[in-house]
Design a binder for this molecule. Structure first.
Ligand code: OAD
Ligand code: ZN
Length: 290
């Protein structure tokens, strides 16, 4: 298969002594964990949310819609809530790269926290679309602890069995506003840390130019949601980009570069084959059984 030949090129880049890997990830790196992605036809969350009669699928991440009807978001949160899933091979590859001193950063759109669960250090992970770790009132902005929403979600799901859960929403003790996890909804800003870190990282790449030892791996994302989808476009031309995805997407499709490496297959297949090329199989195996 074409991608299997191409992977030798990626292995060669990673093998360099002081190679730095920057990863930009999306839902496709977690489908092997049993978490659906958003846009895959048939299995994606947006397809399956149709059952909830949303005016349009993305309404589940729309604050005004949430204010009127929090139910679809509660349904989605129940499916995705961290703690139920174990990291994939690809997540563990990130940890292995870190152990080898080769992981610079992981920018992720995912809210499943599996990068951190795999052992990637907090300062290396940028959760661009937020997480369930913090909550705030959508009216007055008051900040609440993680367990405030989690507890209500559990009550909501317990009550769902007898369909008496239609008003079990978490509300603010100051103003009765709805409380929502700090997951970035459409129209909301991404965390400041996302922009600040990318400014630093991309500036460094540009400054180093040809001298940079960085390789950027974009994995498991349809690159349809901005501003995240802008990252691969902004990678300095001297830095090789790799796409690991079931389909060719985004800037790799619109503005392909001669130095791009496109691996159209599953993220876990790439993780497996790459560790074989690098002779890291045993270490990955150990991480998988830990
Ligand atoms: P999408 O569902 O849009 O795209 C997932 C991509 O991963 C698709 O191109 C799939 O073909 C590919 N894919 C699926 N399984 C794969 C696998 N095992 N290996 C490799 N590729 C695979 O998901 P995202 O791009 O992450 O927003 O979506 C971006 C944002 O849209 C999400 O962060 C979410 C949503 O609105 C929020 O959560 C706020
Ligand atoms: Zn409030």
């Amino acid at each position: 298969m074409a991608w299997e030949k191409e992977i030798a090129k990626l292995a060669e880049l990673v093998r360099r002594d002081n190679c730095n890997v920057v990863v930009m990830a999306g839902a496709g790196i977690s489908t092997a964990c049993g978490i659906p992605d958003f846009r895959s036809p048939g299995t994606g969350l947006y397809h399956n949310l149709a059952k909830l009669k949303l005016p349009y699928a993305e309404a589940v991440f729309d604050v005004d819609f949430f204010r009127e009807n929090p139910k679809p978001f509660y349904t989605l949160a129940s499916e995705l809530y961290p703690g139920k899933f174990a990291p994939s091979k690809f997540h563990l590859l990130l940890k292995l790269l870190q152990d080898k001193g080769k992981l610079k950063r992981v920018y992720t759109q995912n809210i499943d926290t599996l990068e951190r669960q795999a052992g990637v250090e907090a300062d290396k992970v940028i959760e661009a679309h937020g997480s369930f770790a913090e909550n705030h009132c959508i009216d007055c902005g008051k900040v609440f602890e993680m367990n405030v929403f989690k507890k209500k979600l559990e009550e909501y799901n317990a009550a769902a069995k007898n369909a008496q859960n239609d008003d079990l929403w978490t509300r603010c003790d100051e103003c009765e506003g709805l409380i929502k996890p700090r997951i970035v909804f459409f129209g909301e800003n991404l965390p400041k840390r996302f922009f600040d870190t990318w400014d630093d990282d991309s500036e460094e790449l540009t400054k180093l130019g040809k001298k940079s030892n960085t390789v950027v791996i974009v994995a498991g994302t349809s690159l349809t949601v901005y501003p995240f989808a802008m990252l691969p476009e902004e990678v300095d031309k001297h830095t090789p980009r790799v796409l690991v995805n079931r389909e060719c997407v985004g800037d790799f499709k619109a503005n392909p570069r001669d130095s791009d490496i496109v691996l159209e297959t599953s993220a876990d297949d790439v993780a497996q084959k790459l560790v074989e090329e690098l002779g890291w199989e045993e270490e990955l195996q150990t991480l998988m059984t830990e």
